[in-house]
Design a protein around this ligand. Structure first.
Ligand SMILES: CC(C)(COP(=O)(O)OP(=O)(O)OC[C@H]1O[C@@H](n2cnc3c(N)ncnc32)[C@H](O)[C@@H]1OP(=O)(O)O)[C@@H](O)C(=O)NCCC(=O)NCCS
Length: 185
């Protein structure tokens, strides 16, 4: 995919997410930490209380990339946006802030490193095993490793590792766009 097209899409999502967050009374602060990772924090206007943060940075990861619907047999090492922490303070949960911050963080990072096409994270959330109703699945992350349907619980997966991968060229844009459409209302 043409990098300019990817950047155009990313910039559009970044502007739209910023607008929704501002309308909801949150300011956004991004800074680079000594580790090289970025920290993006949401503050509530007026009170200046910290509501949420995301930490993300560049790392290399091994992926079995799909070619013609089959996975390659050898892993390829790629650069990826590594989301190491996403936390919304309890008082602010359940209002879409985590989704908005995740989309904002990924787009912010891609606007700085436009050639990065993947994101990885270890999902340690309560809902990590859920097929629906999981925050990362909602923007298009998929399990990287071995996955089975759970025999004991509906809507649940048994997984061999917590690592999830997002291919930013694939469904991310459309999923993020429709989430923002929803959260804009
Ligand atoms: C997980 C967390 C970031 C969600 O924050 P939030 O602002 O309440 O999330 P949102 O309102 O944006 O919810 C978006 C979607 O996330 C999913 N979600 C909500 N809580 C979740 C949880 N605990 N685990 C997994 N997914 C969750 C749901 O799909 C939800 O959408 P839906 O209810 O409309 O289906 C927040 O509960 C938190 O900070 N938990 C403690 C830290 C943590 O577990 N972070 C993730 C580590 S990988």
């Amino acid at each position: 995919m043409d990098v300019r097209f990817l950047v155009y899409r990313t910039t559009t999502l970044l502007h739209r997410t910023t607008t929704v967050l501002r309308k909801r009374n949150f300011s956004i602060q991004a800074k680079q930490l000594e580790s090289g990772f970025f920290e993006i924090v949401l503050f509530e206007y007026g009170t200046n209380k910290k509501a949420a943060h995301i930490h993300l940075g560049l790392s290399q990861t091994d992926l079995y990339l799909a070619t013609n619907r089959l996975r390659t047999t050898e892993p390829t090492t790629v650069d990826a946006i590594n989301v190491v922490s996403l936390v919304v303070k309890e008082a602010y949960r359940g209002r879409g802030l985590a989704l908005l911050l995740l989309i904002y963080g990924l787009c912010y990072f891609q606007s700085i490193y436009p050639t990065v096409e993947y994101s990885v994270l270890d999902d340690v959330s309560d809902g990590a095993h859920l097929m629906t109703g999981n925050i990362y699945a909602r923007v298009g992350y998929e399990h990287r490793d071995h996955v089975n349907l759970s025999h004991t619980q509906r809507n649940s997966l048994d997984t061999s590792s917590p690592t999830k991968v997002l291919d930013m060229k694939k469904t991310f844009y459309y999923k993020a766009k429709s989430l923002i459409d929803e959260l804009e209302k």
